[in-house]
Design a protein around this ligand. Structure first.
Ligand code: ATP
Length: 456
């Protein structure tokens, strides 16, 4: 359905689509949400045409609601507006910008929008440094309308402000984590939060893996409770495109340790054609293959697991690709002495802190024919310039394969930071806004903030 008054970017004329935890897709959806996350250049790469696997877990989104459902309604929207602050100055407004399409969609339909979010980790009760007030100012600029800052997230003060709202107005409620009841998912708190609204929209992917008052509890009291555009898009790519990929499908899994990525690796072994292992976890796999790894990061208690994962991959016909050369350093420092060595000849007393050019070449050739690529975790200690080349090379390659029509998904955490630092975020099909939530979704877990929404 299309709202007559919705912003042009939202007026795609597309039928409403279900959000499903295992996957749904629509080109129209990709078009409507691409504005914030994915670039125009990635249009061809959006997973349109991906076969939908509708299940009982399909969730409603705001696109399933009619203009009549929204006009004049008080809509509580849980966003992830947890932005980094330097005093009162927002140092990165990505999350605010990512929330704009849903807000505009609702205001264009004549809803009264009540935004809620957490910010930082207040210990007990309100703390000025964790006030969302700076976010209200930025929202006003981005929305080009006055966004009122409420003094609280519950209570009479909020009720009074909401009572004075006109259709299309936006109010930002104060930090929900000023109440410890929020993270405890306390029913009475959730009831108070819901008291000023008629319906609920969850657009906070970054906190969807937490069952909190403002992500799950409120759904007990508000109907309908549906997904916003950002949450829908995250599910579309991280669950949809990953479950129903265009093949060949490769996952690049990196980062520091095997132990923190076991769930993702296991889950990917059921889905991918190629599994490319990069980063610190490489050395546990190399040691499991009987190679010497010097003083590289190795989890000795995970060597058997690495062997097992290789066996499982072989049985499933998944090709495992490991680096063939590394940048070996004499210490873990930005000014370490380095040498380029084959993985079969890592000298004693040195540690691999980045992949070498032959590995990059190998990975590039493996990715060349891929139609879907998921990346989670850097290929080296990219925080130090001397060991960032491999990670940036992957980012560059993914930008190229996206331009050639592949769907590329960057699944949270350090790989997102690397892609952003490389200035390539716009070139990927999808950059996830949620580190922990994206990891859990990729592991195949159900996110409570999604599970609590209305089924299709
Ligand atoms: P997050 O956990 O924030 O989502 P991530 O999933 O992208 O991040 P992590 O598992 O946290 O990845 O690992 C990232 C860390 O791995 C980086 O700080 C990087 O320096 C480190 N790392 C990468 N390669 C190596 C290596 N060869 N040796 C040691 N550490 C490495």
């Amino acid at each position: 359905m299309a709202f007559v008054s919705a912003p042009a970017a939202l007026r795609t004329g597309a039928p409403a689509k279900a959000v499903t935890s295992v996957g749904s897709s629509s080109s129209a959806f990709a078009a409507s949400s691409r504005r914030v996350q994915a670039p125009v250049a990635a249009a061809a790469a959006a997973p349109s045409g991906v076969v939908m696997q509708a299940t009982a877990t399909a969730k409603k989104s705001i696109k399933d609601l009619t203009a009549a459902d929204l006009a004049g309604k008080r809509v509580l929207v849980r966003c992830d507006l947890n932005v980094p602050l330097d005093g009162k100055t927002i140092t990165d407004d990505t999350r605010i910008r990512a929330s704009i399409p849903t807000i505009e969609y609702l205001t264009a339909a004549g809803a009264k929008v009540l935004l809620s979010s957490h910010l930082g980790r207040p210990k007990s009760g309100p703390e000025d440094k964790f006030s969302l007030a700076p976010v209200a100012s930025r929202l006003s600029e981005l929305l080009k309308k006055d966004v009122k800052m409420a003094p609280d997230c519950i209570g009479d003060g909020v009720a009074e402000i909401v009572g004075g709202m006109k259709n299309g107005d936006v109010t930002l409620l104060e930090n929900v984590r000023f109440y410890k009841e929020e993270t405890a998912n306390d029913t009475e708190f959730a009831k108070k939060l819901a008291a000023n609204a008629d319906m609920f929209v969850n657009d906070a992917f970054g906190t969807a893996h937490r069952a909190h008052g403002s992500t799950a509890g409120v759904t007990e009291f508000l109907r309908p409770s549906v997904a916003g555009l950002l949450l829908e898009k995250e599910l579309e790519y991280l669950a949809g495109a990953v479950s129903n990929p265009k093949r060949p499908f490769a996952a690049i899994v990196g980062g520091s340790k095997v132990s923190s990525k076991i769930g993702v690796i296991e889950s990917m072994l059921d889905k991918v054609d190629k599994l490319i292992i990069v980063g610190g976890m490489v050395f546990t796999f190399l040691k499991a293959r009987g190679l010497s790894t010097g003083s590289s990061l190795v989890e000795d208690d995970k060597i058997d697991l690495a062997k097992e994962l290789e066996e499982i991959a072989a049985k499933k016909g998944v090709k495992i690709i490991l680096p063939v050369d590394v940048v070996a350093a004499d210490k873990f420092a930005p000014d370490a002495n380095t040498q380029l060595v084959s993985v079969e000849a890592i000298p004693e007393g040195t540690m691999g802190l980045d992949q070498g050019p032959k590995s990059t070449e190998l990975i590039n050739s493996e990715l060349a024919d891929c139609k879907t690529v998921l990346w989670n975790g850097p290929a080296g200690v990219f925080e130090f310039d001397a060991f960032a080349k491999g990670t940036y090379a992957i980012a560059n390659t993914l930008a190229e394969v996206t331009a050639n029509g592949a769907t590329t998904i960057i699944g949270g955490g350090d790989s997102v930071a690397a892609v952003e630092k490389a200035g390539l975020a716009e070139k990927m099909s999808h950059i996830s806004t949620g580190g922990g939530a994206s990891l859990e979704l990729l592991e195949g877990k159900v996110l409570p903030g999604v599970a609590a929404l209305d089924d299709q």
